[in-house]
Design a protein. Sequence first.
Lengths: 113, 112
Amino acid sequence: NAGVTQTPKFQVLKTGQSMTLQCAQDMNHEYMSWYRQDPGMGLRLIHYSVGAGITDQGEVPNGYNVSRSTTEDFPLRLLLAAPSQTSVYFCASSYTKTTSPLHFGNGTRLTVT
Amino acid sequence: GQQLNQSPQSMFIQEGEDVSMNCTSSSIFNTWLWYKQDPGEGPVLLIALYKAGELTSNGRLTAQFGITRKDSFLNISASIPSDVGIYFCAAQNTGTASKLTFGTGTRLQVTL
């Protein structure tokens, strides 16, 4: 069982570039989410989805877009990368939003220069 | 957004020692979780607590859900080198639109 798979593991972007961080889970989880992790800030929720076709904003959504066309995939798009988006990004999923603990991927370390 | 106050921020201990860390909030939660993050990996769930006053163990780890529902602690007994990592508390109110809120983490380093 692969669990939650994130790609790429590392990425360097220049300011203004765009890219998509991929996330896939094979556990048939309804709930998927994206967090960013910054030193001293813990994990902050960017966007989440409670099922295919449904997405919503988290605590820090600005500068990011998401879509959920299938149960398995939940890509995170950076439209115009900025240095403030330098961070480690984690995708997480759970069976439902309200009852199940999150399972995390191994993260994508993004640097924006 | 709301955040959980986790302490200590970091700690150095010797192998074999017991470790204690805690997490507090000004808000009430009905679920508390403890995660561990190893370098280069995502957080992994250690213990989940769903009832105020609940005391749950997972091997050498013991966690408690505070009676006030505003705090939780995690104890690690007889620490070993592989306990090194960052420990995060997280809390949530199930059944509502509330998101999972994370603490800022406790970095644990174990010396031989």
